[in-house]
Design a protein around this ligand. Structure first.
Ligand SMILES: [Zn+2]
Length: 388
């Protein structure tokens, strides 16, 4: 019986905190009303949450008559997260508070093919973040990494077709080093989640996020939750065949979508090596026919692949993110033209195609959301096991 009561209490406390996070600032009375709990229950659990520094009280809110109620807010300053998007040719690291607000960021062009050098570089970026952390109740709540490859549901990296990694024990290395929970996710899945929580797809129930960088990956939110696939490998759309017997791909197949519609394809078409930055490439678009044609072709093939995805998933929205989002002004027209010409009107009508507003941040923000949610879940689990 005692266990059952504790379970109920733990669940209520966790739901109260979740509601505060989603609807802050919010009063105790409103919490009681929407959660169908007594005011006494809400008050006592809120008191515990304040004591434990998960939330705090702010000034009085609006009143519908009578005394103005004190409002509650999630204590975003109670801890930190660090998230790291490991691209093929860059590393982006951000430190956030528990509300997902970016407090520090570092973007570095970097050839991540060398695993050991990459790990050293990331460690130094994390150290820089750690130095900027202030004293807080929970400190660093977790680290998260987005990688361009297959990641199992347990966070094990199984293969990275666009990187020469022979080992992949990132999770173990950083858990050992920093003694905090470490999450590893496919970068496109994380990007989709970032768009759902912080970006262009807020409140959308059905959408696809296309991460178009050196390779192409997809994340899908269906019925409001992230689609994982049987083994956690959902979204390897970059390796669907777009041209039968086309260009050989590093995955072992031929004619894959990412050989025609990615940053890699753009660089090949524009005859630019992988160290040329996007801005240089763009500045040459106006004067070079090669660059202009490469941009047009990438837009065209992006559209061809999207037509397949729209017919497969019937999404409400498709968001194109990662590096190609930066050249949207060149891609949009040829892409949209193919989509308009080839998509069945009934499916085309309901589907909006946009480019990410978060641009390079979708993946790190998704990782951050995963870390915060998993931290809060664990906090309430452990409260039960230690007090029971
Ligand atoms: Zn392939």
């Amino acid at each position: 019986m005692a266990n059952y009561q504790q379970e109920v209490k733990r669940t209520n406390k966790s739901i109260i905190l979740k509601t505060i996070r989603e609807q802050e600032p919010i009063s105790r009375a409103t919490l009681a009303q929407i959660l169908h709990l007594t005011k006494a229950t809400v008050s006592s659990l809120v008191e515990e949450l304040i004591q434990e520094q998960y939330c705090c009280q702010t000034g009085p809110g609006r009143s519908s008559g009578g005394r103005r109620p004190l409002m509650l807010q999630f204590n975003e300053q109670a801890g930190y997260t660090i998230s790291c998007d490991i691209g093929v040719n860059y590393i982006l690291t951000v430190m956030t508070d528990l509300g997902g607000g970016i407090l520090h960021e570092e973007m570095k062009p970097f050839d991540t093919n060398d695993f050991t050098r990459t790990v050293m570089e990331i460690r130094s970026m994390i150290d820089t973040c750690m130095k900027q952390m202030k004293e807080s109740p929970f400190g660093l709540t977790g680290l998260a990494f987005g990688v361009p490859g297959l990641v199992s549901r347990e966070g094990e990296i199984l293969t990275t077709p666009n990187l020469d990694w022979t080992q992949s024990n990132i999770k173990a290395i950083f858990e050992d080093q920093f003694q905090v929970p470490v999450l590893v996710e496919n970068e496109a899945n994380a990007g989709a989640y970032g768009e759902k929580i912080f970006g262009a797809a807020q409140y959308k129930e059905e959408f696809l996020y296309i991460s178009a960088g050196i390779g192409i990956g997809a994340g899908a939110v269906i019925n409001g939750s992230l689609l994982r696939g049987t083994s956690g490998f959902f979204g390897e759309v970059g390796h669907t065949t777009i041209i039968d017997n086309g260009l050989p791909c590093r995955c072992g197949s031929h004619g894959c979508w990412e050989m025609y519609a990615s940053e890699m394809a753009l660089r090949a078409g524009a005859q630019m090596d992988k160290d040329t930055d996007m801005d240089t490439l763009l500045s040459r678009a106006a004067e070079s026919n090669d660059v202009e044609k490469a941009l047009h072709d990438v837009g065209y093939y992006l559209g061809v692949g999207l037509v397949n995805l729209i017919h497969t998933f019937n999404p409400q929205k498709i968001i194109i993110g990662s590096r190609l989002a930066r050249v949207r002004q060149y891609l949009e027209e040829p892409m949209q033209q193919v989509v308009n010409e080839r998509t069945m009107p009934q499916l085309a009508e309901g589907c909006e195609i946009t480019f990410s507003m978060n641009d390079q941040y979708a993946t790190v923000l998704g990782l951050t959301a995963f870390t915060i949610e998993s931290f809060l879940d664990k906090q309430f689990e452990s409260a039960l096991s230690t007090s029971g």
